[in-house]
Design a protein around this ligand. Structure first.
Ligand SMILES: Nc1nc2c(c(=O)[nH]1)N[C@H]1C(S)=C(S)[C@@H](COP(=O)(O)O)O[C@H]1N2
Ligand SMILES: [Mo]
Length: 409
């Protein structure tokens, strides 16, 4: 890329130099904002900052269309200059392919509502794969081709110097040893820095079932007795869910045991109710199969959920006429969301206790989480421990931080 651009600079003058550094900044901004968006860790720290970062990522991503188109237009013209330089050609194709792939998949992710999960899911996978492969590639190439590496006084290997300066014959060798050292160092640095997370991502992508098993294994909840699955739930209908959950939280993941668990329905109800765990697992449960969609583009399809329909809870407590909104509280003490009474009446809104025939593990919001299949999953409050009927509106955690009030998939 650098050499190619150096050639381009010769041909097309200073405009391109500034275009290239501009482009470098675009890549840096996209990489940093993209990594922050990808890392679950930043969700709780950033709050609404996350929505701003997403906005920057999208705007800068769209702005990158201009240089990409410009390079594409120039690539044809420049191609002849690369005659015989096979690796440079390959490099040009790789870099342009990466940019175009990021752009197209990014556009689909940006327009997730218009295109729906059937497009946004593959787009997210493509976006991730390109990042895992492309970002290390671009970092490697940018660093190892930096101009200063080629400057004589920066060389560590000073063989071939004469009184008059550098012996011409020594130059290539000296440059090579400096550069190959830097290459190995940069390559190793990249491998150490992102290798482990890349391998983890690869493993999860290759076998979502194993990832789910790991999550279940590390369940931090200690509630006895464990719920016994209904026959319809175990084995799960259709063989179990397809895809993998990304674990999202805005707080450290809470854990519960029999002494800390309680479930409450209160507010504008005829009969406020409270359960401890023994009472709660004894409630009659039902089974449903539904898809789970996150606004950030991933879905888990065909989940077999077992739990109590929200509308049955509401019937049990008796909703007072003054009530307008159902407000949900998470046991993390921070996250909340809400549904209108009409939305809460949907048949598939469930207070879920089991997923695919097993207790919902703490990472995935267990022991009890809300499931609203027809809406984006930010409505599906994890570690649900309180349902309150209120007369006003309630703006949920993510809606307050920029997510759409209208959460319909
Ligand atoms: N308490 C709580 N519930 C939550 C969230 C959260 O951060 N905290 N994230 C929401 C979002 S945006 C999504 S996509 C899903 C993710 O569920 P998962 O972590 O089980 O994959 O949980 C939703 N419920
Ligand atoms: Mo989400």
């Amino acid at each position: 890329m650098q050499k190619w651009l150096a050639n381009l600079r010769k041909g097309y003058g200073k405009k391109l130099v500034s275009l290239h550094s501009w482009n470098g900044w675009i890549v840096v901004i996209l990489a940093l904002t993209g990594l922050v968006l990808f890392q679950g860790l930043w969700r709780g720290i950033l709050g609404e900052g996350r929505v701003i970062i997403r906005y920057i990522h999208i705007v800068v991503g769209i702005a990158s269309l201009l240089p990409v188109l410009y390079y594409l237009a120039l690539a044809g013209k420049h191609w002849k200059q690369l005659k015989g330089k096979r690796w440079q050609k390959v490099n040009v194709i790789i870099v342009l392919g990466l940019l175009v792939g990021w752009l197209l998949s990014g556009l689909l992710l940006w327009q997730f509502r218009a295109v729906g999960p059937a497009w946004s899911n593959p787009a997210l996978t493509v976006h991730d794969v390109l990042t895992w492969v492309g970002l290390p590639y671009i970092i490697y190439h940018s660093v190892t081709r930096l101009k200063w590496l080629k400057e004589p006084h920066r060389r560590t290997v000073k063989t071939g110097r004469t009184e008059a300066g550098l012996h011409p014959a020594a130059k290539p060798e000296a440059v090579m040893s400096r550069r190959s050292f830097i290459r190995v160092a940069v390559g190793a640095g990249i491998a150490v820095a992102i290798g482990p997370s890349f391998l983890k991502w690869l493993g999860n992508a290759a076998s979502p079932g194993a990832k789910l098993d790991d999550i279940i294994q590390s369940d931090a909840n200690k509630l006895v007795p464990a719920p016994t699955p209904l026959p319809a739930s175990s084995p799960p209908i259709g063989g179990g869910s397809r895809g993998s959950f990304r674990i999202y939280t805005v707080t450290p993941i809470p854990a519960f045991d029999n002494s800390t668990f309680s479930f409450v329905i209160d507010g504008l109800v005829e009969k406020p109710l409270q359960w401890n765990w023994e009472q709660f697992v004894a409630l009659k449960r039902q089974v449903q199969v539904s898809d789970f969609h996150c606004v950030t583009g991933w879905s888990v399809l065909g989940n077999t959920w077992e739990g109590i329909k929200l509308k049955d809870f509401l019937k049990l407590a008796g909703v007072k006429p003054a009530a307008k909104t159902v407000k949900f509280y998470s046991g993390d003490g921070v996250y909340t969301d809400s549904l209108t009474l009409e939305q809460a009446d949907m048949d598939d809104v469930m207070v879920a206790v089991m997923h695919d025939g097993k207790p919902i593990p703490s990472d995935l919001g267990g022991p009890v989480r809300l499931i609203v299949p027809k809406m984006y999953a930010y409505k599906s409050v994890k570690w649900l421990n309180r349902i309150e009927l209120i007369d006003g509106d309630h703006v949920g955690y993510w809606e307050e931080r920029g997510y759409d009030i209208d959460a319909w998939v």
